[in-house]
Ligand binder design. Structure first.
Ligand code: NAD
Length: 483
């Protein structure tokens, strides 16, 4: 084990070992083999990063916005140049297929492209005549030191929702990546430095909840962006607010896809399978419930079963693999517990992923699993399983389907498959979710739009990305002048 490298923190432009003797093993989920050790850093490691970020803030804030933007342009080019390398690293540490990882790098790059528009995004506004001879203007400024805490499922895209825009707005940043997928963050920091980012503007501190609590309590950290599971999001939101911080906390999901009888069956099946089983269902925008309306249900279930059973499962670096492993062996066990709960609760098994799980050696594999006849009092409908498990609920009308989806405590995304404009309008007006798809499987908004849901899927006010992101990472001064 001592030959497995221990990751270092990135503080003030230098790689530094953590103070901590404790670490976690990071395995490749497809093989179970360890690829790194991640330190569970201490408060003193965090303190050093806060000091570095604090002392770099003034110079960075005073760096003209177009100059900051030029560094982001260079960063974007470096990320493009290293696209394949980054995608491979994502597959190695997360398990998702190379194609999915390649797409994730694109989503990260798009965030950098959006942030490079900071000269426009940072603009204020003026009114030359609020009264005779008096004008008023709004000026936008960074907050100071900002922290980001990210989940395991998007090691590139989610951190890229946070630090490029925060930094483009003139803040300095401390990222705590997920301890389950910590490797990519170090590469992101190296490439940003290569693009010309001054030391101390982006810092990385590895670890788990001790660092999160340290960030929440540190008076020099002005704002926290969090993405992760619902209980932790709620905790981070409440405790950061109690410490006087600005906070946005994006949380879990249980996304419903409603299929109407007039849906294009081929397109619907391929989109649903991609959304349910892509990234092993470990996506906050995964489709975890299908609500089949009326007489399309039997045909839809048969087609989903037939196609899911042919899905190629394996190491995401192998060609044509669609479904990779889940993140950890404990997550595989938890998923199998949910599958068994579904059977106990009386749902009917259409495709059983447990056999595949047994056949795949030391990787953490669970095959695509589909249940039909799921009811809303079942755990498999209520909980976010975050794995390749799809529930099918049957409804007799769009109204009933929307009511079922709206009963979930989560409200991140929802999709509708139909050709009917009237149905699309009804869905848009009545569904209670933040990100909607019409004949689209994963309606994740692009970087220039806000990303987030409602209810227990989001805690805060300003969403990630887009103009909401700019608002979140800046504060405004109003100046009223008489001449
Ligand atoms: P997680 O909550 O386990 O971890 C997220 C972060 O919180 C990690 O950095 C982790 O170190 C930290 N953390 C974990 N437990 C903590 C605790 N007790 N106290 C303080 N910090 C703690 O989430 P995960 O399993 O890494 O990610 C999957 C979850 O993230 C899913 O629920 C998924 O829906 C959600 N997610 C949501 C979005 C969104 O946009 N809404 C996007 C991606 C992922």
């Amino acid at each position: 084990m001592t030959t497995i490298p221990v990751l270092q923190n990135y503080v003030g432009g230098r790689w530094v070992p953590s103070d901590s003797p404790s670490y976690e093993i990071v395995p490749n989920p497809a093989t179970g083999e360890p690829i790194a050790r991640v330190p569970l850093s201490t408060r003193s490691d965090l303190h050093a990063a806060v000091e570095a970020a604090r002392s770099s803030f003034t110079a960075w804030k005073e760096t003209p916005v177009p100059k900051r933007a030029r560094i982001l342009f260079k960063y974007q080019q470096l990320l493009v140049d290293h696209w394949e390398e980054l995608a491979r690293l994502i597959t190695q540490e997360n398990g998702k297929s190379y194609t999915e990882a390649y797409g994730e790098v694109q989503r990260g790059i798009e965030c950098v492209e959006f942030a490079a528009g900071s000269p426009t995004l940072m603009m204020g506004s003026q009114l030359p005549d609020i009264a005779t001879g008096i004008e008023s203007g709004m000026y936008r400024y960074p907050l100071g030191v900002v922290a980001g805490i990210s989940p395991f499922n998007f090691p590139m895209m989610v951190p890229c929702w946070m630090f490029p825009l925060a930094i483009a707005c003139g803040n300095t940043f401390i990222l705590k990546p997920s301890e389950r997928t910590p490797l990519l963050a170090n590469r992101l920091a190296e490439l940003f430095t290569e693009a010309g980012l001054p030391d101390g503007v982006l810092n990385i501190v590895h670890g788990s909840k001790e660092i999160v609590n340290g960030m929440i309590e540190d008076p020099d950290i002005q704002a926290i962006s969090f993405v992760g599971s619902q209980p932790v999001a709620e905790y981070v939101y409440k405790s950061s607010a109690a410490h006087g911080k600005r906070v946005q906390a994006l949380a879990g999901a249980k996304n419903h896809s409603i299929v109407l009888p007039d849906a294009d069956l081929e397109l619907t099946v391929s989109n649903i399978l991609g959304a349910a089983f892509g990234s092993a269902g470990e996506r906050c925008m995964a489709c975890s419930v299908v609500v089949a309306v009326g007489d399309i249900a039997d045909t839809l279930v048969n087609k989903l079963q037939e196609t899911a059973s042919r899905m190629k499962i394996g190491n995401g670096l192998e060609p044509d693999v669609f479904l990779g492993p889940v993140i950890r062996s404990s997550h595989k066990d938890r998923t199998i517990d949910y599958i068994e709960a579904g059977i106990r609760e009386g749902a009917s098994m259409v495709v059983d992923g447990r056999d595949v799980a047994a056949a795949q050696g030391s990787g953490f594999f669970v095959g695509p699993t589909i249940f039909d006849g799921v009811q809303t009092d079942m755990k498999i409908w209520q909980d976010e399983i975050f794995a390749p498990v799809l529930s099918i609920v049957r409804a007799s009308s769009l109204k009933e389907a929307i009511e079922i989806a709206n009963r979930s405590e989560f409200a991140n995304g929802a999709c509708l498959y139909t050709d009917s404009a009237k149905a699309i309008r009804q869905f848009r007006e009545q569904i209670d979710a933040g990100m909607l798809g019409i004949n689209v499987g994963v309606p994740a908004p692009m970087a220039f739009f806000p990303f987030s849901g409602f209810k227990k899927s989001f805690y805060g006010d300003l969403h990630a990305n887009g103009r909401d992101g700019v608002e979140f990472y800046t504060r405004k001064k109003m100046v009223t002048s008489r001449y």
